[in-house]
Design a protein around this ligand. Structure first.
Ligand code: NA7
Length: 537
């Protein structure tokens, strides 16, 4: 029997989150391409579709965590809170999909399992788990950076008599914690958002902490009418700042050194930032991420805050982060996280001191204790950046797999292309600044760059583009050099380094040179006729 012929497109986009939606809009409505989006989920939204755990909220300010490509969209949409909650982001993305008539080119419930490049015809051949075969000259992955759940391999999980969930694969109907004894493993951004909400509903919550974390109060609140008016009236200026800033946020990092300020001045500035809340705390001084002594001043300030909030001094000491400098792991922001440990129904277990040994039918057993539980929540993060790409069997020109090419860690040019994999573009790929940035800002830049590149190829009747090995070597060296100039690699357990997934190569994956600088580099590469890429007919 002959296999059904593959469906032919001009471009195939994998994923219908922030990236995939915008990429479809640009290629279809901007360039007039026949493009299709393949999405594993039964709804659009990507990372936000799956991360519907209690307390799920964005750490970027709502009005900046949005698309900037349409002034009408910007003016029409109204954010209700300072930080958008997961359902509100879903409403926003669904509104975008409807407003730009994107759904007709999105196939839901369609998981891409393999993609192979045929160098004779310069086309990608894509296979889906549903048995589909599609082909197109261009393949664009918009698979997200935090979308492959990392469930730790703890012996006995299958024997657990209760229910267990990973926060990134949360059931659609939600989970009722009423009257339940809940165990939460993990205290990253997710765990820090979830714990207060779970504790308020459950009979009892045990938080299993491996690494204590710094967290800044979010100070979330509804946006006032005055704020909403101000945002809409000043959107051009807000966007200008997000594009000029290091991290794509609507604030700039102070150029001043923490060490130049007097202790009193520092204290006052940190106190003001603590009261203001949010990621802006990092922007207080310019050298917090490059100078350990400067960082110590911020880290110590937060440690003292934790000691001030948590009433039991022993619990407080366990919550005080000592093993990494502030913001070298992605800093969480929270709503009453440390306060949660003052509740009678919350217990903190330090699994560095008393490691988890196994999961039993009854609960979690550490070396010294057994904790009986009805529900276990894994807030244990993701196989970040490379996980979702390597989940697809991607094969380049000579049949080499991406997994082989990245055996020692990811290697890209600009985070956008991989040598040996022509016409494949990786939106927010490793080696790009995406995860160190307010995501939509990074995403729009990537998508715009890829769109311009494809336009250039088509206008010049070029059939292929591929990163050269030399340009890749230079970029990888640059990514390392830039990271090494910061304190970021000092956080031994960070997912930036792949350190949270056993066996994953330890490579600092994001580009730490800042979004604004990255944008300039990408623009220069394009202006020089796509320097570092080999273009072919
Ligand atoms: P993170 O930031 O990777 O946090 C995962 C947490 O789970 C972290 O506290 C880990 O401890 C902990 N963890 C992971 N595996 C284990 C095992 N086996 N035992 C105990 N504890 C474990 O993921 P999040 O979902 O919170 O946040 C991801 C990003 O989403 C975040 O950075 C924002 O950008 C948004 P560890 O620190 O590794 O010792």
């Amino acid at each position: 029997a002959h296999a059904a012929p593959a469906e032919a497109f001009d471009a195939i986009i994998v994923g219908a989150g922030f990236s995939g939606l915008y990429q479809l809009h640009r290629l279809r409505d901007g360039l007039g391409l026949r493009a299709v989006v393949l999405e594993a989920g039964d709804g659009i939204g990507g990372t936000w579709y799956w991360n519907r755990y209690p307390g799920a909220r964005c750490d970027s300010e709502s009005y900046a965590y949005s698309y900037s490509f349409s002034k009408e969209l910007e003016q029409e949409w109204e954010w209700s809170e300072r930080y958008p909650e997961q359902p509100e982001i879903m409403r926003y993305l669904n509104h975008v999909a409807d407003r730009f008539d994107l759904r007709r080119d999105i196939r839901l419930g369609t998981r891409v399992t393999a993609a192979r490049f045929d160098g004779r015809e310069n086309r990608w051949h894509v296979t889906t788990a549903q048995g589909g075969q599609l082909t197109a000259p261009f393949l664009i992955t918009a698979v997200g950076c935090l979308s492959t759940a990392n469930v730790p391999d703890i012996p006995g999980l299958e024997s657990f008599a209760g229910e267990w969930y990973h926060t990134g694969q949360w059931p659609r109907g939600g989970v009722d914690f009423t009257g339940k004894r809940v165990g939460q493993i993990g205290t990253g951004s997710t765990g820090i958002q979830a714990a207060p909400v779970i504790a308020a509903q459950a009979a009892h919550l045990t938080v299993f902490q491996r690494t204590a974390n710094y967290s800044i109060p979010a100070r979330n609140a509804p946006l006032t009418e005055e704020q909403k008016r101000h945002i809409k009236a000043n959107y051009d200026e807000i966007r200008r700042i997000t594009r000029a800033s290091t991290n794509g946020h609507p604030f700039l990092i102070s150029p001043r050194s923490a060490l130049e300020a007097t202790p009193e001045e520092r204290e006052a500035l940190y106190e003001a930032a603590w009261r203001h809340g949010g990621l802006q705390f990092r922007a207080t001084f310019g050298d917090l991420l490059v100078d350990k002594a400067a960082n110590d001043t911020a880290s110590d300030f937060i440690r003292d805050k934790i000691r001030g909030i948590v009433k039991d001094p022993e619990v407080a000491e366990k919550l005080v982060p000592l093993d990494h400098p502030f913001a070298t792991k992605r800093p969480p922001i929270d709503t009453e996280y440390f306060e949660t440990f003052n509740r009678d129904n919350v217990l903190l277990v330090d699994v560095r001191a008393d490691p988890i040994r196994e999961i039993t039918p009854r609960g979690v057993r550490t070396r010294d204790h057994e904790y009986p539980l009805d529900i276990i929540v894994f807030a244990t993060g993701f196989d970040a950046m490379t996980g979702p790409l390597l989940a697809i069997d991607i094969r380049g020109e000579d049949g080499q797999s991406l997994r082989e090419a990245w055996a020692d860690g990811p290697r890209t040019y600009l985070g956008l292309q991989v040598a040996g994999f022509p016409n494949l573009f990786t939106i927010t790929g490793p080696g790009s600044p995406s995860v160190l940035c307010n995501m939509p800002v990074a995403i729009e830049q990537h998508v715009d760059w890829v769109t311009d590149c494809i336009r250039h190829l088509r206008e010049n009747r070029l059939a292929r583009i591929e990163a050269t090995g030399a340009a890749t070597d230079r970029w990888v060296a640059h990514v390392n050099e830039v990271a090494d100039a910061t304190l970021l690699p000092l956080a031994g357990s960070s997912w930036y380094l792949g350190a949270n997934v056993p066996g994953k190569p330890r490579v600092f994956m994001p580009y730490a040179g800042g979004m604004a600088r990255y944008r300039t580099i990408c623009d220069e590469v394009a202006a020089k006729g796509y320097e570092g890429f080999q273009l072919g007919a």
